[in-house]
Design a protein around this ligand. Sequence first.
Ligand SMILES: Cc1cc2nc3c(=O)[nH]c(=O)nc-3n(C[C@H](O)[C@H](O)[C@H](O)COP(=O)(O)OP(=O)(O)OC[C@H]3O[C@@H](n4cnc5c(N)ncnc54)[C@H](O)[C@@H]3O)c2cc1C
Ligand SMILES: NC(=O)c1ccc[n+]([C@@H]2O[C@H](COP(=O)([O-])OP(=O)(O)OC[C@H]3O[C@@H](n4cnc5c(N)ncnc54)[C@H](OP(=O)(O)O)[C@@H]3O)[C@@H](O)[C@H]2O)c1
Length: 600
Amino acid sequence: MPVEQTFGHTNGHTNGHTNGYTNGHTNGVSNGTNGAAKTYNISNRGHSDPDKIRVICVGAGFSGVCMAYKLQTHAVNYELVCYEKNDNVGGTWYENRYPGCACDIPAPVYSFSFEPNPSWTSYYASAPEIQKYIVNFVEKHGLSKYIQLNSRVVSAVWDEARGEYDVEVETPTGLIKDRCHVLVSASGVLNKWKWPAIPGLHDFQGPLLHSAHWDDSVDYKGKRVAVLGTGSSAIQIIPSMQPEVSHLTAFMRSPTWISPAVATDFIESGVVPTDKNTPVQTAFAKHQLTKEQIAKFEADPDEYLAIRKRIEATMNSATDVFTAGTDMNEGARKMMTEVMEKRIGDGPGHDDLKKRLIPTWPPGCRRLTPGDGYLEALVQPNVTRVFGEIVSVDAKGLTTDDGMHHDVDVIVCATGFDVAFVPPFTLKGRDDKTIQDEWEAEPVCYLGLSAPSFPNYFICLGPRGPWGNGPLLPAIETLCDYFLQAIVKIQEDQIKSLEIKLAPTVQFNDHVDEWMKTSVWKTGCRSWYKMGTVDGKAWLWPGNTLSYLKTIKQPRYEDYTIEYKNDNILGNGKTLSEITPEGRDLAPYIRNSDSPWTVY
Ligand SMILES: Cc1cc2nc3c(=O)[nH]c(=O)nc-3n(C[C@H](O)[C@H](O)[C@H](O)COP(=O)(O)OP(=O)(O)OC[C@H]3O[C@@H](n4cnc5c(N)ncnc54)[C@H](O)[C@@H]3O)c2cc1C
Ligand SMILES: NC(=O)c1ccc[n+]([C@@H]2O[C@H](COP(=O)([O-])OP(=O)(O)OC[C@H]3O[C@@H](n4cnc5c(N)ncnc54)[C@H](OP(=O)(O)O)[C@@H]3O)[C@@H](O)[C@H]2O)c1
C-alpha cells in the first residue's frame, strides 16, 4: 500500500514574515453576475512575497546536486527532495567503474565553475576522483539533507486542480507517494545501460560485464578477454586491461577518431615520465600531475583560474569543427589522420588497422575521445583486432560474420546506453498525455529543458542539449540557474502553472533540423547522438556551448503559457524590505554610481 511521504527538507524561511495565510486567500476579482459591482480584495501580503513551494528532483548526479545547491543558496520558502535510485550520489561517476574510466576533457574544467578543484591528480581525472569530488561537494554544502537514496521515482502525474505533480517512489520500505509544485528531471541521459542484442549473449559461461555495470569481483588478470565496441568506454577500457590480460580480442565493427588532448601545454612540465615497466599507459595515468604542480595550483587560485579560462576558451572557440567541410574540420581530419597513423605505426596488420579504424566521416560525428594509450594498446602482441559483425555468442565465446569463433574467458560489453531521451519514469501531464506517448515518434522538447503539455516540469540536459558541443558542466549549472529563476517566479508571482508553448518548441526544433543539415553529426557515423542510427536526426544543440548558455541565461517567459493563482501580486503596498527590514536596504537606489539595484 502506498503511504504518504515524509521525506524532504524544508528550508528555514528567511523572510521572517508571518506566513499564516494560505495560497488560496481571496484577493482576485470576484466576477459578479448581471453587471453587479465587482469586489476587489487587497491581500495582506507584501509585494512578491514568495509562496511556499515544494520541488522534487529526480536524481543526484552532477545535475541533481547542483539543483540542490542552487536552491539552498538562492531560494527561500521551499521544500526540496532529490530522489536517487542508487545508494550513493554521483550518477555517471558512481555507476561507471570500468578500468580506466576517466573524464575525457581536462580535469581543471570538469568541476563546477564556482567550485574549482586544484587538487586533481591527473589531466583526465579518474572516475573515483570525480566521484570523491561530488561526495565532498555534497558534504561541504550540507546537501545530503535533501537527498533520499535508494529511492526510484516511478511515476509523476499532473493534477490540474491543485497545480501539483503526484509522484510515486519505490523505496526499500515500499512505494511512497509524494507531491510537488515543480518537478525537475536530473535523471541523466547516459544512465540506462543495455546489453547488446546478440543472439546467445547470455549463454556465455564466463563473466559477462558491461562498462556501466561493472562487477569488481571479476578477476580478469591473466585471462582471455573480449572487449566489444569502439566508443569512448571501450577506448578507455582497452589500454587499461590490455597489459593485465593474457589475450585481448577487440571487436570493432565501426571506425572512430582519436583526438589529441587539448590545451596540455600548462602541464607539460608536470607530466610524469612513462613507467618503463608498463608497456602502455592506462587512460588516465599518462598526464598525471606532479605534487609540485598540484601544490602550485592550490597556492595560486588566480593562476589556476587563468588556466581554467584558457582551456574553456579553447573549447568554446572551435564551433566550425562541428560543420562538415569547413577548413577547421578538414584541418582536424588531416591532423588526426596523421597522428593516428603515426601512433599506430608500422607492423604486421597495422595498415589494415589504419584503413579500418580511421573513419571516412568527419571528426566529431561521434564523440571525440583522446584515447590515451588506445592505439598503442591495439597493436600490442597480445591483442587481436576483429572488424566484422558478431553474429552469435555461445558458452565458450563469440562468432563473427566470417564464420570465425573466438574463444574467450570474459566478455566486456562497452556497447553503450539506451538513449531514448524519455524520462525513466511515467510522466503524465495535461489532458492525460504521457511523455512516453508524446515523444514516441521523437522528442518534442524546448531548448532541451521543457516540454509542451508538461507544466512545471524541467529537464536537466534533455534532447537537443549541448551533449557533444563542448563542456557539459557549465550547461548543467546554467540550466539549474534557469530552473531556479522559474521557481522563484512561480513563488513570487503566485503562478499555478508554467507550460512551454508548442509554437516556440516547433520553431526551435525546425531551426535545429535545418542547422544540422551541414553539421558533422549528420554525416555517416552511427551514434547515440542520433539515437543509435546512422541517418536519424541529431539530438544536439545547434552551436557551441557558449551559445547554449547565452540562450538559456534568462528564461523567455513569453514562450510559456502562464496560469496564475491570483490576479494581484502587488499585495498590501509594502515591500518585504519594509516588512522585515533586518539586513535589507530600504533605499537601494541611493548610491554613488549607476550600479545595478534591486528592491527586495
Ligand atoms: C562513462 C562516461 C564518461 C563521461 N565522461 C564525460 C566527460 O569526460 N566529460 C563530460 O562533460 N561528460 C562526460 N560524460 C557525461 C556525463 O554523464 C555528464 O558529464 C554528467 O555526469 C551528467 O550528470 P547528470 O547528473 O546529468 O546525470 P547522471 O550522472 O547520469 O545522473 C543521473 C542520476 O539520476 C538517477 N536516476 C535515474 N533515474 C532515476 C529514477 N527513476 N529515480 C531516481 N533516480 C534516478 C541515477 O541513478 C543517477 O544518479 C560521461 C558519461 C559517461 C557515461
Ligand atoms: N569521458 C569519456 O571518455 C567517456 C567515456 C565513456 C563514455 N562517455 C560518454 O558516454 C557515451 C557513450 O559511450 P560508450 O562507449 O559507453 O557507448 P557508445 O558510444 O554508444 O559506443 C558503443 C560501442 O559499442 C558498439 N556496439 C554496440 N552493439 C554492438 C554489437 N552488437 N556488436 C559489436 N559492437 C557493438 C558500438 O558499435 P557501433 O558504433 O558500430 O554501433 C560502439 O562502438 C560517449 O559518447 C560519451 O558521451 C565518455
